[in-house]
Design a protein around this ligand. Structure first.
Ligand SMILES: Nc1nc2c(ncn2[C@@H]2O[C@H](COP(=O)(O)OP(=O)(O)OP(=O)(O)O)[C@@H](O)[C@H]2O)c(=O)[nH]1
Ligand SMILES: [Mg+2]
Length: 316
């Protein structure tokens, strides 16, 4: 809680230094040639923007430049940023839309992707708004998982409902929801889950059981199913997005460890290729290193334009 919390732009420093500053340098007063397109393509892919997204971005840009009779590479810069914002905003959706008395948030993701840390940060965010939180320790796989959650619970003033390790995650969720209805009158229940079971089948069965319990107790629950993706894990994170999209009805992504990523362009691929909104970003290890995702801020951060002229979307 001490020191300045990292903004999205702060957390993109490594990404700027390693890739996006070089992309920025491509845009100059000279005419566009084939080398420009090749360099742009290579750098975008290197920045984890994803092959399909990169190819689509470049095709769109080429078409726009042609249509508008533009030739200088500097004229492509604003168009590229505009398109990136459009892609991200197209996938955007509100967190907990139509809030109800009791809101249930399920967090899924592979081991080490930042589930528990994000739950701690999310709890703190809710607490700041005055919400009463219950965390359900439904990762019953490891004893240490419960301990870690309890530490976060103490730090953020959230109640943690847990059972002994190895117990049934559905039962933990049931307990947590009962506690929320009962004396604790919580308005948000956040469910931690195990990242990886022996097989995909087991993981699917476990997640659908948890969802079934939630649905039975609370109308339309879970209201959010958020996948944590580690921004430092590159293409792996993209295959996790595909995998979890197939086995859980994801409502969005928490992009964690953006501060540690040197190729933080992944948000674009997640939005464009999987149509998944990024709802939050992890910008560091501290409790308040956590931000709602804002497309404009992210794109400005990639290009190091923080505090400079806002990204223009006017069609000039
Ligand atoms: N720098 C940085 N580190 C983070 C961020 N989010 C999580 N971490 C770190 O990533 C590591 C793993 O985070 P956890 O929250 O334990 O991940 P998990 O998904 O719960 O892992 P399992 O419980 O093992 O499945 C921890 O050391 C966290 O401090 C972030 O936004 N930035
Ligand atoms: Mg965990």
């Amino acid at each position: 809680m001490f020191g300045r919390a990292k903004s999205i732009a702060d957390s993109l420093k490594k990404t700027r230094d390693s890739v996006f500053n070089q992309i920025g340098d491509l845009f100059g007063p000279s005419d566009i040639d084939d080398a420009f397109w090749e360099d742009l393509e290579e750098l975008l892919i290197r920045g984890d923007v994803g092959v399909k997204t990169t190819v689509d971005l470049i095709a769109w840009l080429q078409q726009q430049m042609d249509q508008r009779g533009l030739r200088r590479s500097e004229q492509a810069r604003d168009l590229l940023k505009q398109r990136m914002i459009e892609i991200l905003e197209k996938a955007e959706s509100e967190y907990l839309p139509g809030r109800r008395l009791l809101n249930v948030v399920l967090i899924v993701g592979v081991n080490g992707s930042g589930k528990t840390t994000s739950i701690g940060k999310l709890s703190a965010m809710h607490r700041e708004k005055g919400d009463k939180i219950i965390i359900a320790a439904a990762d019953t796989f490891r004893a240490a998982a419960v301990e870690q959650l309890k530490i976060w619970g103490e730090r953020t003033g959230a109640d943690v409902i847990a059972q002994s390790s190895g117990s049934d995650p559905g039962a933990v969720v049931f307990d947590a929801l009962q506690a929320a209805f009962g004396r604790r009158e919580a308005s948000v229940v956040i469910i931690d889950t195990a990242g990886r079971l022996q097989t995909q089948f087991n993981l699917m069965a476990e997640l659908s059981k948890i969802k079934g319990v939630a649905e039975k107790q609370v109308h339309n629950a879970p209201h959010e199913v958020l996948l944590t993706l580690d921004a430092t894990s590159g293409q792996n994170a993209l295959s996790q997005a595909r995998h979890f999209k197939n086995i859980a009805d994801l409502t969005g992504v928490i992009l964690t460890k953006l501060d540690g990523a040197s190729k933080g362009g992944m948000a674009l691929a997640i939005a464009h290729e999987y149509g998944l909104p990024i709802k939050f970003v992890g910008t560091g290890e501290k409790v308040d290193d956590f931000r709602p995702f804002v497309a404009r801020e992210y794109v400005a951060g990639l290009f190091g334009e923080v505090g400079a002229t806002p990204v223009s979307t006017s069609k000039t």
